[in-house]
Design a protein around this ligand. Sequence first.
Ligand code: URP
Ligand code: ZN
Ligand code: ZN
Ligand code: ZN
Length: 495
Amino acid sequence: MEASGILIKGGKVVNEDCSVISDIYIKNGKIVEVGRDLQIPAGVRVIDATDKLVIPGGIDTHTHMELEFMGTTTVDDFHIGTKAALAGGTTMILDFVIPQKGKSLLEAYHCLRRTADPKVCCDYSVHVAVTWWSDEIKKEMEILAKEKGVNSFKMFMAYKGMFMLQDSELYAAFSQCKEIGAIAQVHAENGDLIAEGAKKMLSMGIRGPEGHELCRPEEVEAEATQRAITIAHAVNCPLYVVHVMSKSAAKVVSDARRQGHVVFGEPIAAGLGTDGTHYWHKEWAHAAGFVMGPPLRPDPSTPGYLMDLLANDDLSVTGTDNCTFSVCQKALGKDDFTKIPNGVNGVEDRMSVIWEKGVQSGKMDENRFVAVTSSNAAKIFNFYPQKGRIAKNSDADVVIWDPKLTRKISAKTHHQAVDYNIFEGMECHGVPVITISRGKVVYEEGRLNVSPGHGRFIHRTPFSEFVYKRIKQREQVGKPTAVIRKPYEGKVISV
Ligand code: URP
Ligand code: ZN
Ligand code: ZN
Ligand code: ZN
């Protein structure tokens, strides 16, 4: 925290609903005042933001720092990963607790907190994955929602034998989410079809990264997305589809929203910024670098389509699924694509990629940019306007953004631990020139100045109004009732 405060002068303050030239006074980790010509005590650091935008720090809804997965551990840990986030203008991440099948959610939650709390450089919170079902899990979900600051639970429809739930288990988990005021999240891919598809590809001698996409084409994602929406609707539970990667799955989400379903779709930086043609690259390491689930799609019109839907509120919010494995870790699958650890980078580059492909391209304005990079996440996961807004009393997570500056993305200059970058060479307009986290300037002139443990865990309460207002009302008015009849008094056959 900056001892005597910070005054950001003359910038254009951009929120999700409007932009206005204004000063901001920050003290003790909070935004104390927003307005013109603020009278500020001596000793305050003044930052001139003329011709720059002043935006809420980015919120990445989907990361996996130091996750043990597919036989290895992601290289971006909570320290390096959150530092890289700050360098890219992201001041909060939502990571995942993913317990092994049969293990306690609460123990896994405490384990992650013990690891992350002393390391994080920006604020963070967690979604918890439900990887198996029992009465104990049901109880633990309630404790997590009531006492541990968790209001979102991810269910996997893929990763057969590892994390995948059956439809009846999804029904039970979604019902419990509704009961405790949480948001059900799904990894929507048909795990049975993927398992069969993988066997088929291997039997045909297709062992390289292209097999990863070929065994799970986009209808495998679209089918699961539709199924999850149907199950969620059956129990009147809000649904959040993580990493929407294909045009057909995005269309399913969009159609459901237009039918009035309470469903949110999360495209990720990778899906908005690049595509699955890389799986056919001749160099194995290059192709393997893009392997993630669901896969990037070879249809090159996919990123533009996803951006169109994001711009128009058919999709709601953006994450990255940052889950980084270096090339030598990816090489666990050098002879068999099913063994390539799934995951790509994004946490550092999400803001610039979305600015370039969304705002610079003319698809969305600066306000929609703020909505999809921070405000909507804060609303859905119930910490708005603490974050996701530049306003009096909000957390001082602020980015001074230069929309005219450009930078070229490269593994040579990024701050992440991973040794390649899926956006290598991409020229982006939109550069964070200063990042302020919890009232402290943590990134400036290309340099990071932050220590592990600077960030805090953000406790989230259940029943987010943004999500639950409609759900609660429907619960009241939508109950089916029995028809009152006289008893049937005719003959009944004997059996
Ligand atoms: O490839 C991915 N997405 N890795 C992380 C695990 C997940 O499904 O989110
Ligand atoms: Zn997933
Ligand atoms: Zn390529
Ligand atoms: Zn993920």
